[in-house]
Design a protein around this ligand. Structure first.
Ligand code: C5P
Length: 436
């Protein structure tokens, strides 16, 4: 008897991005491979087109026939001898998402090292789709520095890792290393596909020029010492990358060397004065200027030309204010209002440890800018050096809260808010300031 419509699982709206998505499901050789059978079934039930790829190790735990029966395409198990002449690139190139569950220490290691000794390895290297890796192994293996370094390498390259859970492991042991439940893997797969659909469809910055200042400035005390701050530059780079992906021509004025977006103009600077020169000279030709940099407010009035000696006792540091680049931009723009000249959308940051929204609002008015991204640097997982951030974006017409999210997601939200000013009817703070 065949199942009637009433017996079929009801579609879940949160999983709608899975409908019609082409997913390669990589299964490697751990006891958790049995859970991949349920995962495969749930992905197919949600409407995904699933191509299973089983490693040699996986075949010792589960059968290819099981996956072939459940999935949309027969399970592939080898680089050679299948129906297709070039399976090693075909699967990866055609995928919307690659999910590896369970991923063994071997798979993590070969993927991080760029080794493609089997079909799954080749698929992972050939794909440009998002990749979701769900490791599962014994706690000791998971915690080994080599495995953790491989995970960190993959993360840096943009691979999504769904960390294993604590619980019962094979052989009666307990600890961290259990594969995430199929429901959690399916939900994460749906989230990644939904995020990709949004990113791919946006080209609202096409033909726009965006300048981003990133990193913390260093103000010399003498030839070897300087005054610095904790800024990592990660949020600024995330904004530069997101703007480039949305079609912008990007200029990055930076004190740190991270991965810039391909094609960006990168200007390396060190001090507030150098940053001011680079930003102010280029701002007139920009559509958006984002001051994500942590610019020193004060610098030594005169850097010693030689190394200060400890034996001379503590130096007396006389400090003087640095140029406030953002305020300068706000002033220059106000002077131009009505003349049709210099009018980029201006975005500032406010790193605060208390009264975030009030202070961000004050900065908005005092500097005459369009948006201030308030950043609670004291919050768990947010601010300097983290890969995540939590911000409130304040403008003349209201605020948008972005709870703890990746710096890439925060970047998208900042660009969304800035893009609203491309519509001339969006109220800006700057003209109001002028009439006061
Ligand atoms: O006044 P405060 O330093 O708190 O303002 C932070 C914002 O102003 C950031 O966007 C920062 O990049 C910018 N800023 C600047 N020049 C300075 C100090 C801060 O452009 N000298």
């Amino acid at each position: 008897m065949t199942a009637g419509p009433a017996d079929r699982p009801q579609p879940d709206d949160r999983l709608s991005s899975l409908r019609g998505a082409r997913i390669v499901l990589g299964v490697s050789g751990g006891i958790a491979a049995y859970k991949a059978i349920e995962l495969c079934r749930q992905l197919v039930d949600a409407g995904a087109h699933v191509s299973p790829v089983l490693t040699k190790g996986a075949l010792r735990f589960v059968g290819a026939a099981t996956f072939s029966a459940l999935a949309s395409e027969p399970a592939e198990t080898s680089l050679f001898g299948g129906a297709h002449p070039i399976p090693h690139t075909r699967l990866g190139q055609g995928a919307d998402l690659v999910v590896v569950a369970p991923a063994t220490a071997r798979v993590l290691g070969s993927y991080a090292a760029g080794i493609s000794s089997d079909l799954l390895g080749a698929t992972l290297l050939a794909t440009r789709a998002p990749v979701l890796v769900c490791p599962a192994m014994h706690t000791e293996m998971w915690q080994h520095p080599a495995v953790q370094e491989n995970v960190a390498t993959l993360r840096r390259r943009g691979v999504h890792i769904l960390e294993p859970l604590a619980g019962r492991l094979a052989g009666g042991d307990a600890g961290v290393g259990r594969l995430q439940e199929p429901e959690a893997v399916v939900a994460e797969a749906a989230r990644l596909l939904a995020a990709r659909a949004t990113a791919v469809s946006r080209d609202d910055y096409a033909g726009r020029r965006v300048l981003v200042a990133a990193g913390g400035t260093r103000e010399p005390i003498d030839p070897v010492r300087f005054i610095a701050n904790r800024s990592s530059g990660k949020q600024g780079y995330a904004i530069a990358r997101a703007a480039a992906k949305r079609g912008a021509t990007v200029t990055l004025v930076t004190t740190v060397a991270l991965d810039p977006p391909p094609g960006a103009e990168v200007l390396e600077v060190e001090t507030a004065a150098e940053m001011a020169e680079a930003v102010l000279s280029r701002a007139p030709s920009q559509d958006v200027v984002v001051m994500a940099a942590a610019v020193a407010d004060f610098r030594p009035a005169a850097a010693a030309p030689f190394k200060l000696r400890k034996s001379d006792g503590p130096p007396e540091l006389v400090l003087e204010p640095t140029p406030d680049i953002l305020a300068e931009l706000g002033r220059a723009r106000r002077a131009q209002v009505g003349k049709g000249g210099f009018a980029p959308v201006l975005v500032g940051f406010a790193a605060e440890t208390e009264d975030l929204v009030e202070r961000a609002g004050e900065k908005l008015r005092s500097k005459g800018v369009d948006l201030v991204v308030g950043n609670d640097v004291a919050a768990e997982g947010a601010g300097f050096a983290h890969d995540t951030n939590a911000v409130t974006i304040v403008s003349a017409s209201g605020r948008v809260d972005v709870p703890l999210a990746s710096k890439r997601e925060v970047a998208e939200a900042v660009l969304d808010a800035a893009a609203r000013f491309f519509d001339p009817s969006t109220p800006s703070i700057a003209p109001e300031k002028e009439s006061q």
